[in-house]
Ligand binder design. Structure first.
Ligand code: AMP
Length: 217
């Protein structure tokens, strides 16, 4: 049973590493960003409410994202979870601790993926994903083998996120430094924090994540 948080600014590689862990360790990825994008795409009342906030790169309310996570935890029989993009505020971190305790679970590790801002801009502005299976690509560093066709599932439905532009990124980074980075101190104080180099090549980062998890097992 493993429950981990991947912590880091937008573009740090949280989603990419979470997907690898899903494949390799049989954990369930809980990405509040994906849940919010799904709500937006299916046009729910909440989805419509958050669309504008997300496009600008601001954080949606704690109440909404905590509600999303609570619903998943209540309805899942999975053994372990990877929290990707949640928590992003101290209030969310407190709420997660209480939710896990209520389900008889605990946090095993918080993995901080360290990257510098310059690298983030390049990563984010070249990023696209497969709209069918969610595989993440990059124009320069990880293009598809056949132009416009997903290597993993063969879909031609490639999507670029509305908030992956320089303007939103600036706001998303500010939100990260103001509201999310205090979580580094919070989890360090709890003894749960492990910091790894998020700028290394994908396989090397995965190795560093695996080393943390194996050490906890
Ligand atoms: P992400 O896919 O994690 O980069 O999230 C995309 C956007 O969804 C963010 O810029 C926020 O607008 C919103 N969002 C995702 N997760 C959270 C969260 N835990 N708290 C507040 N807003 C969130």
């Amino acid at each position: 049973m493993t429950n981990i948080i991947l912590l880091g600014p937008p573009g740090a590689g949280k989603g990419t590493q979470a997907r690898k862990l899903v494949d390799e360790r049989n954990l369930v990825q809980l990405s509040t960003g994906d849940m919010l994008r799904d709500a937006k795409a299916s046009g729910t009342e909440m989805g419509n409410k958050v669309a504008d906030v997300m496009a600008k790169g601001q954080l949606v309310t704690d109440e909404i994202v905590i509600g999303l996570i609570e619903e998943k935890l209540n309805n899942s029989t999975a053994d372990g979870f990877i929290f990707d993009g949640f928590p992003r505020t101290l209030a969310q971190a407190d709420a997660l601790g209480k939710l896990l305790a209520r389900h008889g679970k605990k946090l095993d590790a918080v993995i901080e993926m360290r990257v510098d801002d310059e690298a983030l801009v390049a990563r984010i502005t070249g990023r696209f994903t497969c709209g069918n299976c969610g595989e993440v690509y990059h124009d320069q560093t990880k293009p598809t083998k056949i132009d416009g066709v997903c290597d993993a599932c063969g879909s031609t439905n490639m999507v670029r996120r509305a908030d992956d532009n320089a303007d939103s990124l600036r706001t998303r980074l500010m939100e990260y430094y103001k509201k999310t980075s205090p979580l580094i101190g919070y989890y360090y104080a709890n003894g749960d924090l492990f910091s790894i180099d998020g700028l290394a090549e994908i396989g090397e980062v995965a190795g560093a994540v695996a080393a943390v998890l194996d050490q906890q097992a």
